[in-house]
Write a protein that binds this ligand. Structure first.
Ligand code: MIC
Ligand code: SF4
Length: 637
């Protein structure tokens, strides 16, 4: 029987396990990436493992998130990251070089390879046929130390593309349509593999937008075949040698099939506050917009910026709003400045931001109170923009600029029959002068005062008891659990400080209550922990004494992060039992050594027994017993 592309690449990297969907496998990791907001912790953990040099084929450390330097903290972290990279054999992409996923696509991604990144949008590289997976920093540190990465063998969804996008319809609209069909939890445990005759009509930047935002499906990753389009892109990046033709076997089978006729799609938008709350732009005509932002790892390629420039040329930004534009990388920035496109963008009145994550993670350009903000980004969770009551809509670059010109949500097709043409360059300018190679001589790692030691982990207690510190509903994101933004992100290397903000958007008293109670439990609904890969959403609760989370279901990366830090992720055996626990209830859970999966939660307050499962693999059981994966890695040394 033939294999699909996902199975082929996983098979070529299989270290252990059986390739049966849902069963745990371990794969060899060729490349890793980190960004600064998760990287500091990942390298502190890597250092604690005592491995002298990274063991991957390539590891890159990027700085793109914590770029606002309003005091020493972020700048100190950047120097720590630079020196640690030099010492341990990593490439270091300096602040200013661009957003990790965009730069990685341009310069490092490898069709057919595996990439583990401490950022949930690592699957962007699926746009060139790579199996690229987001994970917590500790998992990435372990991969850098040469350990295989464990995951459940994914189910594979075939998204069959036919037809061709019509003018003004973009790659972003394709992924918004997939999100509308599958929802933010529809991809959990699955890889989304794109096939069909429509694939060849999509450029690499369009494919990368689609695989990037596949993260919002909760998918393990997304992948496109590597074909002539990929070859042209890599050759233009002077990386023709990295090309390898890859596709599914003709008789490959899939667990699920979704068909999309590209020719039938129209401009779409994700409404507040979830990326799957998708509808046609035309239906929202007339909605007044206060700000527009173009950029982020989803839509900041040369193609995107040329679309922005083409639409803005000779026109003015609407007086009722503010437009910000952030080119995704230095390469993009250089190209649009060399060909005059940047001039057209500036002349329109747009505010040019540096190449980095910026407003996507609440690092500046927060909307005004109650504002409607239209963004070419991938997440619109409540408060993520920095303004709690802002209404964030996610859309293509075309729809963003249509709003920027008219002051309201406008179907870009209303701007004329012909969309601006963007030609794929035959050659990209390659400088790489902002990528520092690993040092050959010994390097001293520089640590600023904001870099605090890792918190201590404690081995598993056979009986867990305490109160339910918080009960939350479905689709709680890591932005709820451990918010980001300009004020909190600089504390990523300081767990005692960042812990003060755990669950702040949901309940500002959470920290004090958890401390007073000496820890306890969290109860959650469906898809608990969706969104980012930030392990701080597990690490900080752990430092506050959270021992277990009992939920209806977990998002993949967050579940792994909980286990990595010794917090047991229990799921209800019967979902209706969610109603049998209230905030403040006292619970006792006899877990023993977690060998047995059938565990009973005793609700002491209500006098009820509630059956739950931990579904830990043998590897995970060992991690939980040791109080987390780092403890285990140190024991193994
Ligand atoms: C995000 O988009 O939420 C982030 C910031 O890139 C995170 C990583 C982080 O929290 O540092 C992600 O997506 O994993
Ligand atoms: Fe950066 Fe936003 Fe992409 Fe996360 S989603 S990596 S914050 S641009």
């Amino acid at each position: 029987m033939g294999l699909n592309l996902t199975q082929k690449i996983l098979k070529a990297h299989l270290v252990s396990g059986e390739m049966v969907a849902g069963k745990e496998i371990a794969i060899r990791i060729d490349q890793t990436l980190t960004q600064d907001a998760t990287g500091t912790m990942a390298y502190l953990q890597f250092e604690a493992m005592g491995v002298p040099r990274v063991k991957t084929k390539l590891s890159v450390s990027y700085v793109d998130h914590n770029m606002l330097q309003d005091d020493f903290k972020n700048a100190d972290d950047h120097i720590y990251l630079q020196t640690v990279a030099a010492k341990y054999g990593l490439y270091f992409s300096r602040p200013g070089n661009g957003i990790c996923h965009q730069v990685h696509l341009e310069r490092f991604g490898q069709p057919g390879g595996t990439l583990l990144g401490s950022d949930s949008h690592t699957p962007t590289q699926g746009g060139i046929g790579m199996i690229a997976i987001g994970a917590g920093g500790l998992d990435v540190a372990l991969a850098m130390a040469g350990q295989p990465f464990s995951l459940n063998m994914p189910f594979v969804v075939n998204v069959k593309l036919t037809g061709k996008l019509r003018p003004w319809v973009a790659g972003k609209d394709v992924i918004l349509e997939v999100l509308r069909k599958l929802t933010v939890k529809g991809g959990v445990g699955k890889v989304i593999e794109y096939t069909g005759p429509g694939v060849k009509t999509l450029s690499v930047p369009e494919r990368a937008t689609i695989t990037n935002m596949g993260a919002e499906l909760g998918a393990t990753t997304s992948v496109f075949p590597s074909d002539d389009v990929t070859k042209k892109f890599l050759t233009a990046q002077k990386r023709g040698k990295a090309f390898k033709a890859l596709s599914a076997d003709a008789d490959a089978t899939y667990d699920q099939v979704v068909e999309i006729d590209l020719g039938k799609l129209e401009p779409l938008v994700a409404q507040p506050h979830s990326p799957d709350n998708v509808t046609e732009v035309r239906g929202l005509k007339g909605t007044k917009v206060s700000q527009v932002a173009v950029g982020s790892c989803t839509n900041s390629s040369f193609k995107d910026l040329m679309t922005v420039a083409g639409m803005l040329k000779g026109k003015s930004v609407h007086p009722g709003l503010s437009l910000a534009v952030a080119p995704g990388s230095k390469q993009v920035y250089e190209m649009i400045s060399a060909n005059g496109a940047l001039k057209d963008i500036i002349a329109s009145g747009a505010r040019i931001l540096e190449s980095g994550c910026g407003p996507c993670i609440g690092m500046g350009f927060a909307p005004n109170s109650g504002a409607v903000s239209v963004r070419s980004f991938n997440r619109n969770f409540t408060g993520r923009s920095g303004t709690k009551d802002a209404q964030v809509y996610l859309a293509s670059v075309e729809t963003c600029i249509a709003a920027a010109l008219t002051g309201e949500l406008t179907d870009p097709r209303k701007l004329g029959k012909t969309a601006p043409k963007t030609i794929q360059p035959k050659s990209y300018p390659v400088a790489d002068n902002m990528v520092i190679k690993p040092a050959k001589k010994p390097v001293e790692v520089v640590r600023g005062p904001n870099i605090k030691p890792l918190p201590e982990t404690k081995p598993l207690q056979p009986t867990l008891s305490g109160e339910v510190l918080l009960k939350v509903g479905d689709n709680i994101t890591t932005d709820h659990i451990m918010p980001a933004g300009a004020k909190i992100l600089p504390l990523r290397s300081n767990i005692p400080e960042i812990s003060k903000h755990v669950f702040a958007p949901v309940d500002p008293k959470f920290h004090d209550r958890a401390q007073a109670a000496g820890g306890g439990f969290i109860v959650g609904g469906q898809n608990y922990g969706q969104g980012s890969s930030r392990e701080h959403a597990a690490l900080a609760p752990m430092s506050l004494g959270v021992k277990a989370v009992i939920a209806k279901a977990f998002a993949r990366i967050h579940r792994s992060n909980l286990v990595n830090f010794g917090i047991i992720p229990f799921t209800f055996l019967h979902e209706a039992d969610y109603d049998k626990i209230a905030q403040g209830d006292k619970l006792t859970i006899v877990v023993g050594n977690v060998e047995n999966d059938d565990i009973v939660v005793r609700n002491e307050t209500k006098g009820l027994d509630i059956p739950v499962k931990h579904k830990l693999s043998d590897r995970e059981k060992d991690q939980v017993r040791a109080g987390g994966a780092l403890g285990l890695a140190k024991q193994a040394k």
